[in-house]
Design a protein around this ligand. Structure first.
Ligand code: DGL
Length: 260
């Protein structure tokens, strides 16, 4: 059984891919909807929250954990790996390597939360595998509340104008590959593509799920997915069913994450 967590809905981008590759795997998903966003918080707070998230997933008996969150992967993965003995996978390496594969002109754009861009984690990994690649990074903090509040329609004007403003530097730089360094961002990928036509987008959640698949032996369960959130279950239920294109039904539960 795999545990997957994010600060909110973003980790569903990984769930979608896991279900495609491992349809029989049982999954416990935790979205910290009561404390989202993580990306505007200090490293100490991100570490504290993510330790609680991992403890909760372990209490459910998971055998491996996927951090389906760029912010936590970029700021807390070493600490989580040293604190907990279960295998823990993040999104940074898989996504950075995919961007190196996709770029033809050697220019990669990176977008993420404030905390992710500040950490420099994607840039460091790209430099370690392909030092010839140039990068430009831009924080896009308003994308997370837009997604969490349902401004996800490809025709949405507010999301388009926000993207146009945030992506100016990356457009000018001429990147031909863009790492959507926060797992919320693939949910508005059609809008991002309108602003940056022809640029290959890297879905971090999906790439991390592929990496997980290469590294674990599927548990052979019944394909049961339970979703846990730290705030209202109804808003999560409707948004998750639309995004995943499958009903999440009565499998959404509320958890008091502060207890962990
Ligand atoms: N989906 C998350 C990430 O990948 C979290 C964004 C946030 O909570 O600010 O960074």
């Amino acid at each position: 059984m795999i545990g997957v967590f994010d600060s909110g809905m973003g980790g569903l981008t990984a769930i979608k891919q896991i279900v495609k590759m491992m349809p029989h795997e049982d999954i416990i998903y935790f979205g910290d909807t009561g404390r989202v966003p993580y990306g505007t918080r200090s490293k100490e707070t991100i570490i504290k929250y993510s330790c609680q998230d991992v403890r909760f997933l372990l209490s459910k008996g998971v055998d491996a954990i996927l951090i389906a969150c760029g912010t936590v992967s970029a700021n807390a993965i070493e600490i989580l790996r040293s604190e907990f003995s279960v295998p823990i996978f993040g999104v940074v390496e898989a996504a950075a390597e995919k961007a190196c594969e996709l770029t033809e002109n050697g220019k990669v754009g990176i977008i993420g939360t404030n905390a992710t861009v500040k950490s420099g984690a994607y840039v460091k990994h790209i430099e370690s595998v392909r030092p010839d690649i140039e990068t430009v990074s831009t924080p896009c903090p308003l994308f997370v509340p837009l997604v969490e509040n349902g401004f996800t329609d490809p025709e949405d004007r507010i999301t388009y104008l926000t993207a146009e403003r945030y992506l100016e530097d990356i457009k000018r730089f001429g990147a031909d590959a863009l790492i959507l360094g926060c797992t919320h961002y693939p949910i508005i990928a059609p809008v991002i593509s309108k602003v940056l036509p022809g640029v290959s987008l890297v879905n971090t959640g999906a790439e991390a799920a592929k990496r997980l698949f290469e590294n674990i032996t599927p548990g052979g369960g019944n394909g049961k997915i339970e979703y846990y959130v730290s705030d209202d279950i109804n808003s999560f239920k409707s948004a998750a069913s639309i995004y995943l294109e499958m009903p999440v039904g009565d499998n959404v539960f509320k958890v008091d994450i502060e207890k962990y």
